[in-house]
Write a new protein. Structure first.
Length: 457
């Protein structure tokens, strides 16, 4: 059943006041779909009514999926008892995320309706820097001791596992909570009840530090195909885990942020339709102003050499094509390198390998486009269209410019992101808009240099 059919079914049962069937139907819907359905309900009273029909577990899972605005509206509508029931069913890291998004008055009410242990856990997560591994971890995990038997381990999992975010991966710690090993429920099941965990646990444990970037932690989860990544402090004490669902959220956020930066937009977490016109303007106008000012370099080059271009006015007609071709070539290189940097495939040490590769790629691309352009100018423009101003010399100038500008664009497009990463900037900033501005200026200088040398203008 698709989204619209679910919506129609809910509306029908709601209008009929068939509450029993409506409640059963709502609780059979996946919580992610349920959140989307409720967010599309414009009537606030109806949304709250439908939410209250969910079981405690489903209500908590659905609540986590809402955006911050919807969460805040529901919290204001909840009684203290309803809020407490939802918070009790949520994982600590999800509660901490909500606390970070809410205004102070709402945070105060949330903390008032949680127990002391939960408040301490939330405060522990919130003290870590934003976008760090510690800020997205959960302290709810299964920890075992190396001298436990398999039977002891299962008893502990049954006793403590109900409120844990995952019970499949179990971490082995010593008396001081230092991380010394890891095992899984599968390994426990395949060993005898009398076996000691120390005898079969994996001691080469891959972990992440609380202060490492959250993107680093998410990429590590992806690289090693883990369901969860242990998070340790500076003394290798286990303080939490990052689960795969949190890693997916981080990767999605980082990709969205990179796309916005590559399009010269200040990143924002607010959904597009919920971002006001003025807010959208604020995010876009600084970059547009900067790029407009930087584009005056191109205008200055044209002004400086306008007399030479006037001597061969046919050259002016090819300027847009040459600038677009150069910008597109630089954009291709920059996007490829930015993606490779984010995946950890290349680093500063590889810069000369990258440049040499892009020079060769640029030469082949430039030669291919140059040959096609030469044939088009001489056969179509000159002979078919009868444009006598396009001579052999003019065609050579245009095609040589294409060759050299593409090679230059590839070099610029591959080096700027690597250098930006090295000096601490986000490589995504050095994407198409900036690359295009620089390449445009270089393309014009190369074009005019060939024109002066070949046409003697």
């Amino acid at each position: 059943m698709d989204f619209e059919e679910m919506k129609e079914r809910i509306d029908c049962l709601y209008e009929e006041r068939n509450l029993t069937e409506l409640k059963n139907y709502l609780n059979d819907i996946n919580f992610a779909d349920m959140a989307q359905l409720l967010e599309n309900v414009s009537d606030e009273r109806k949304r709250i009514f439908l939410f209250r029909l969910l079981t405690k577990e489903n209500a908590a899972d659905t609540f986590v999926e809402f955006d911050a605005d919807t969460q805040e509206k529901l919290i204001h509508a909840f009684s203290d008892n309803e809020l407490r029931e939802v918070l009790d069913e949520m994982y600590i890291d999800d509660t901490a995320d909500i606390v970070e998004e809410m205004p102070a008055s709402v945070v105060k009410r949330i903390l008032k309706n949680t127990d002391r242990e939960t408040r301490e856990a939330i405060n522990t997560i919130l003290k870590y820097p934003e976008d760090s591994a510690g800020s997205i971890m959960t302290p709810e995990f299964i920890d075992l001791k190396k001298d436990m038997t398999v039977e002891d381990a299962f008893k502990r999992i049954r006793r403590t596992g109900l409120d844990k975010e995952t019970i499949y991966t179990c971490y082995v710690t010593d008396a001081s909570r230092h991380l010394i090993g890891v095992t899984t429920v599968k390994e426990l099941l395949l060993n005898d009840y009398e076996d000691i965990i120390e005898d079969f646990m994996e001691t080469n444990v891959i972990s992440i530090n609380t202060l490492d970037d959250q993107e680093t932690a998410s990429n590590a989860l992806s690289k090693y195909d883990f369901l969860a990544m242990p998070v340790v402090d500076m003394e290798n004490r286990l303080v939490g885990i990052i689960t795969v669902d949190d890693a997916i959220d981080v990767i999605q956020e980082e990709n969205t942020e990179d796309i916005q930066k590559m399009a010269a937009i200040t990143p924002t977490d607010t959904p597009y339709l919920k971002t006001g016109v003025l807010e959208t303007w604020k995010k876009r106008i600084p970059w547009l102003l900067l790029l407009m000012i930087s584009a005056t370099i191109t205008s200055q080059i044209l002004t400086t050499f306008q007399n030479k271009l006037a001597a061969a006015s046919v050259l002016v007609a090819f300027i847009p094509m040459l600038m677009d071709t150069g910008g597109n070539s630089g954009g291709q290189a920059s996007v490829t390198i930015i993606r490779s940097l984010s995946l950890g495939e290349i680093g500063l040490k590889d810069i000369f390998k990258v440049i040499w590769k892009e020079i060769r790629v640029g030469f082949i691309c430039g030669a291919s486009l140059g040959i096609v352009c030469f044939a088009k100018l001489m056969l179509f423009d000159r002979i078919v269209l009868g444009n006598s101003a396009i001579s052999l010399s003019v065609s050579v100038v245009v095609c040589l410019t294409i060759l050299f500008e593409i090679v230059a664009a590839k070099i610029i497009g591959c080096t700027l992101p690597i250098i930006a990463k090295k000096i601490g900037f986000d490589p995504a900033v050095m994407a198409s808009p900036f690359i295009t501005t620089i390449v445009d200026a270089i393309s014009l200088l190369v074009y005019i240099a060939f024109a002066v040398a070949i046409l003697r203008i």
